[in-house]
Design a protein around this ligand. Structure first.
Ligand SMILES: [Zn+2]
Ligand SMILES: [Zn+2]
Length: 52
């Protein structure tokens, strides 16, 4: 599994989140601790939704 934001492999990380796209609910968004902290935006590959 990789962080949706930075592409980092999060399997070795402790602190990360996985959630479904708030718009289409189809795509899983994965964010590592760093991207969570920085509040990087993510983009859904399915519907193009961009969110914090
Ligand atoms: Zn990241
Ligand atoms: Zn979506």
């Amino acid at each position: 599994m990789r962080c949706t934001n930075c592409g980092k492999n999060i399997e070795a990380e402790d602190n990360w989140v996985e959630f479904s796209c708030p718009k289409c609910g189809k795509t899983k968004i994965v964010r590592c601790e760093k991207c969570k902290k920085l509040e990087n935006t993510y983009k859904c590959a399915d519907c193009g939704f961009v969110g914090p």
